[in-house]
Design a binder for this molecule. Structure first.
Ligand SMILES: [Zn+2]
Length: 346
């Protein structure tokens, strides 16, 4: 029969031997191992009786009541008795506190659920559980890995970038060099189905895209018929025939329209300067029609469209005047770039 205090603690594999309280009202629970499997070598799983020594660890557990609880686990160290095993010694471990862990499994599960399912912030959950930000984040990643499944095949894959915060600098793995953390992420979305966001990786380079694509199954990659990107050379370079044999590259409508509109505005500014030697004023027809010039044709009434084309009149530097015509007439320079500000040619 389980002793009442151990039952109250409810941490499988551990038995409470004593409870004391410190001056700061922390309840210290002295626990010992109550799991025969804890004396099995983690590598060869052979049970050992050859004691090497003892060690005390303080795994952090879920809070209970207002005052903190501290576990003090007196562990046994064993020599591995299997001559064929490469491991010489090991310390007891149980599923609730696996090797090299300083938090209990149930605490990590609770943290992972609070962040992943209840959408609470990592900072808030870490502070509540009394653990560091990296520990809480690792628990969330473990939880997410269990919940997330591999994406189902996708026909149209969307790739786009998202910025999060400012660039940060961090030490590399051996702590010698400072490494810049890219503030840009690349997201992969299912544009033809209903799976939404399929994955998100750090960086917006070809390598970041290639790395994510290669972690997917060959079947997943073979099913993709179209890849939709913004006009990014890095993304375009990642969509290769070897990686995505059936995929056709498509530039998304929004970015194309945005680029075209930016160009119309740049040309409007340039033409105004070339014509008047100053920036646009409200009585200038191209300024008065600046919003109409950026509207989709189907969003303009015939009247509005006619008004725009009738009002736009560009006195040409050579003395002639162009009247009316479709809005594209503003793109009169056929070789100088929009930003060159060079004179218009006849
Ligand atoms: Zn062993």
């Amino acid at each position: 029969m389980v002793e009442p205090t151990s039952l109250l603690l409810g941490l499988e594999g551990l038995e409470v031997r004593a409870v004391t309280q410190t001056a700061e009202r922390t309840r210290v629970l002295d626990v010992v191992t109550a799991d025969p499997a804890a004396s099995r070598c983690p590598e060869c799983r052979v049970a050992s009786t050859s004691v090497k020594g003892h060690a005390v660890t303080r795994p952090r557990d879920i809070p209970y009541g207002d005052d903190p609880i501290q576990l003090r686990w007196n562990k046994t160290r064993y020599y591995c008795m299997n001559p064929a095993c490469g491991r010489r010694s090991f310390t007891e471990s149980i599923p609730q506190v696996p090797p090299r862990r300083r938090t209990t499994t149930r605490l990590r599960t609770q943290i992972g659920r609070s962040i992943g399912d209840a959408a609470r912030s990592v900072v808030e959950v870490a502070a509540g559980a009394g653990v560091s930000w990296p520990t809480a984040h690792t628990a969330f990643v473990e939880h997410a890995k269990k919940v997330l499944k591999d994406p189902a095949p996708v026909r149209v894959l969307g790739i786009d970038e998202t910025r999060r915060g400012k660039p940060r600098w961090t030490r590399d793995t051996d702590g010698r060099r400072w490494v810049r953390v890219d503030p840009w992420d690349t997201g992969f979305v299912d544009l033809s189905g209903d799976q939404g966001l399929l994955g998100q990786v750090e960086g917006r380079t070809s390598k970041a895209v290639t790395r994510w694509l290669t972690t997917q199954t060959t079947q997943f990659r073979d099913e993709i018929t179209h890849v939709v990107i913004d006009p990014s050379a890095a993304y375009a370079a990642a969509v290769t025939e070897e990686l995505l044999p059936k995929a056709q590259l498509v530039v998304d409508y929004f970015h194309l329209v945005k680029l075209a509109n930016d160009m119309v505005t740049a040309v409007r500014w340039r033409v105004t300067f070339d014509t008047h030697g100053r920036r646009g004023r409200k009585h200038d027809p191209e300024w008065a029609n600046r919003r109409r010039l950026l509207s989709a044709r189907e969003r303009l009434s015939d009247r509005s469209f006619a008004k725009m084309t009738a009002l736009i009149e560009i006195p040409h530097p050579c003395g002639s005047a162009r009247v009316g015509g479709p809005p594209v007439m503003l793109v009169v320079s056929d070789h100088s770039p929009a930003t060159s500000g060079g004179p218009l040619s006849c």
